[in-house]
Write a protein that binds this ligand. Structure first.
Ligand code: NAD
Length: 364
């Protein structure tokens, strides 16, 4: 049976890089390697211009019905002054909320050809392959109360609330341990149990979950030490599971070990459906719509194509094909091909289409 992919290219470079993914999908379908049924919609400023909202109910319905949503990027100066509830980013928030994607997966992989582009020494990051699993729908970004109160004496008091319940920690921990089983069989759980009650519960629940995974080694690590270890000796990590706030920071740190924003994919997964076992899933590059280079045909499509590879791996179980797409990316980098954002001194650079075509040619 055909599997439904819903493409939301968005704004700016989103449309340019999504076009390269669409070519790869068309090729795979034509070869009978995949049987994807494609549909696409509008998100962000593009949707606002047509419908007056950041994502229409019809497109939201298609996203909910799809086996996976592939998202480009939204935003741009054109929409800086639209009403707050219709700003381009509102599309992302609505999608994340209604798809209930609580597990954010951010890989940090060092492509051998780009090892010298890292701020760290080659010997520290060569072969790096970390997966950060960040809790995305709970914690201090959402906890109530969340207020600023005027104390009337010239002072104000701001409150954010870090709150986690057992089920939220249990389900994100299970995602991390399941993924570790497909990789290096090691999970580091990062929290601040030394100073936070939510950290005490986090550790208690993760340790309970770990008992169901005797083939995976679990290590506890304090989040501040984890940040330090990521830049000191990053290859000690396989999977890191952590809460929303620490995950926000640690995933950016880990990602930048490996170079440019244009290289970084992500996946966000929901809970498995009780009958089909399928998870709602949303795949997007980490970067934004890059208005400064939009329309010039020079954006790096690798983060977008690598996000599609994550969809092959995590939504469709097409591990071998995902490996081949990732190997094609590594291959073109190995051949010395670079878009402007990852070029080192004096290298000839190529544009979005040429990079997409080179990756497709390698895949063939
Ligand atoms: P950005 O990620 O769009 O760009 C930051 C810098 O990185 C820019 O110089 C850009 O040219 C470069 N860059 C990013 N992706 C690139 C790629 N694939 N190839 C080459 N260069 C690339 O972040 P920003 O400039 O802070 O934000 C621009 C717009 O994107 C804003 O409207 C912001 O709100 C939005 N945004 C959207 C998302 C999203 O859709 N998930 C994420 C971040 C920012």
């Amino acid at each position: 049976m055909a599997q439904k992919l819903f493409l939301l290219p968005g704004d700016g470079i989103g449309t340019e890089i999504m076009a390269e993914v669409a070519k790869i999908i068309a090729y795979l379908n034509s070869q009978g390697e995949t049987d994807f049924e494609l549909d696409s919609g509008l998100a962000g400023g593009a949707a606002y211009d047509k419908y007056g909202v950041a994502i229409s109910d019809e497109d939201m319905g298609k996203a909910l019905a799809a086996d996976a949503v592939i998202f480009g990027a939204v935003g741009g100066p054109k929409w800086d002054n639209v009403p707050y509830e219709h700003r381009p980013e509102a599309a992302l928030l609505r999608l994340r909320k209604e798809l209930a994607v609580f597990a954010n997966l951010r890989p940090a992989i060092c492509y051998p050809a780009l090892a010298d582009a890292s701020a760290l020494k080659r010997e520290l990051i060569e072969g790096l392959d970390i997966l950060i699993v960040r809790e995305l729908t709970g914690g201090v970004y959402f906890g109530e109360p969340k207020t600023i109160t005027d104390l009337g004496n010239g002072q104000k008091r701001a409150i954010d609330t870090q709150v986690y319940e057992t089920y939220e920690i249990d389900r994100i921990a299970r995602v991390a341990f399941d993924l570790a089983r497909t990789r290096g069989h090691k999970v580091h759980s990062a929290d601040k149990k030394n100073v936070m009650k939510s950290g005490v519960l986090w550790d208690e629940v993760v340790k309970t979950v770990a008992k169901d995974y005797s083939d995976v080694t679990m290590h506890h690590i304090l989040a501040d030490n984890c940040a330090m270890q990521l830049v000191r000796n990053p290859r000690q990590f396989d999977v890191i599971v952590t809460d929303n706030l620490f995950g926000d920071i640690l995933s950016d740190t880990a990602a930048m070990l490996t170079g440019s924003l244009g290289m970084l994919p992500s996946a966000s997964l929901g809970a498995p459906d009780a009958t089909t076992g399928k998870r709602k899933a949303f795949y997007e590059p980490v970067h934004g719509s890059a208005p400064d280079i939009a329309g010039q045909g020079i954006a790096n499509p690798i983060a977008m194509i690598a996000s599609f590879a994550m969809a092959l791996r995590y939504s469709f179980g097409m591990i071998e094909l995902a490996n081949r797409v990732e190997a094609a990316i590594a291959g073109v980098l190995g051949d010395g091909l670079r878009t402007g954002d990852i070029a080192q001194d004096n290298r000839r650079t190529i544009g979005t289409e040429a990079m997409g075509a080179a990756i497709l040619a390698k895949l063939k």
